[in-house]
Design a protein around this ligand. Structure first.
Ligand code: SF4
Ligand code: MG
Length: 295
């Protein structure tokens, strides 16, 4: 599976003894497989990995995969993960959030992570509903779709996550579909290699509650726009042109990348002289020094 000759990380290194609890044919299975494959292909050992899970169906996979893992508060995982990524840049930090938590109470964290350009990867599990709480409408549920707690549908307009993030001057935006593990793997690998905030939307199958756009609906529409030689992934205009999720087709792949904007820590002038990691510096300090004056 690995593309490098000296790779020592194996797929089995990321196995867990815990049993999955997701519904049959849930897209989370494919996403977990792709994340493991990406980590192995990039030769990142579990000891060097921090996987940060928000609350939601996807979050219930936090103990079903190897590596260090955190299961956070609803909508707040980006804040936690960005702090961890800054504390130790030698760790591969990947955070996961659902459309519910990320685009409602967590949307402020998403906005500021994109504009700050924290060096981490964020994977949005967009199953277009609150699956863990039995299928309520989220900000990505198609308008007027009957859902639990809103049998007549919700009238509020839908947020397109890719279009929204593209409006924030991001440095990496990608989209994939949970039905294509090899494609997700390559997109996640590209996100991991990018220095800055990598936003990856995965259109995720939820056969239990997302009846409006089921697996077959996606299969008929998704295509990799980057296979088109005229598509320029460094062009924001190109990305915005293909961002919409229409009834005809849905563009996937690395839709946009900006290699000219530095990540957050690289821009901090007061860090220029440091070769150490923040986490090491904290360990050398004693809180006592700072509290002496108040004793
Ligand atoms: Fe997956 Fe949907 Fe079941 Fe949640 S409710 S485990 S997202 S299929
Ligand atoms: Mg959801």
């Amino acid at each position: 599976m690995s593309n490098c000759n000296n790779c020592t990380t194996k797929y089995s290194d990321y196995f867990s003894d815990e049993l999955y609890t997701w519904c049959t044919a849930c897209g989370n299975y494919g996403i977990h497989a792709a994340v493991k494959r990406a980590l192995v292909a990039e030769n990142v050992a579990p000891k060097d990995t921090l996987l940060c899970f928000d609350v939601g169906c996807h979050g219930n996979g936090s103990d079903k995969i190897g590596g260090y893992a955190v299961h956070g508060l609803h909508g707040r995982i980006i804040a936690f993960a960005s702090g961890a990524a800054m504390a130790n840049q030698n760790i591969e930090v990947i955070a996961f959030g659902g459309d519910g938590g990320t685009l409602s109470e967590g949307i402020g964290h998403l906005v500021h992570a994109v504009r700050s350009n924290y060096n981490m990867t964020f994977i949005l599990h967009n199953n277009r509903n609150y699956g863990l709480t039995t299928g309520q409408a989220s900000t990505t549920t198609p308008q007027d779709t009957p859902m639990h707690a809103s049998p007549d549908g919700v009238t509020a307009t839908v947020i397109n996550p890719v279009d929204f993030v593209l409006s924030l001057e991001p440095t990496f935006v990608a989209r994939s579909f949970s039905g294509y593990v090899p494609h997700m793997t390559e997109v996640i690998r590209a996100g991991m290699r990018h220095t800055g905030f990598s936003f990856i939307e995965i259109l995720q199958d939820c056969p239990t509650y997302n009846k409006a756009t089921p697996h077959e609906w996606y299969m008929e529409r998704v295509y990799d726009v980057t296979k088109d030689s005229h598509y320029d992934r460094f062009s924001l205009a190109d990305a915005r042109r293909v961002a919409s999720i229409s009834n005809d087709k849905i563009a996937t792949g690395v839709l946009f990348q900006n290699l000219n904007k530095k990540d957050f820590l690289s821009k901090q002038l007061n860090r220029k002289a440091y070769t150490t990691q923040l986490v090491d510096e904290v360990q050398k300090s004693s809180v006592d020094e700072f509290t002496q004056a108040f004793r």
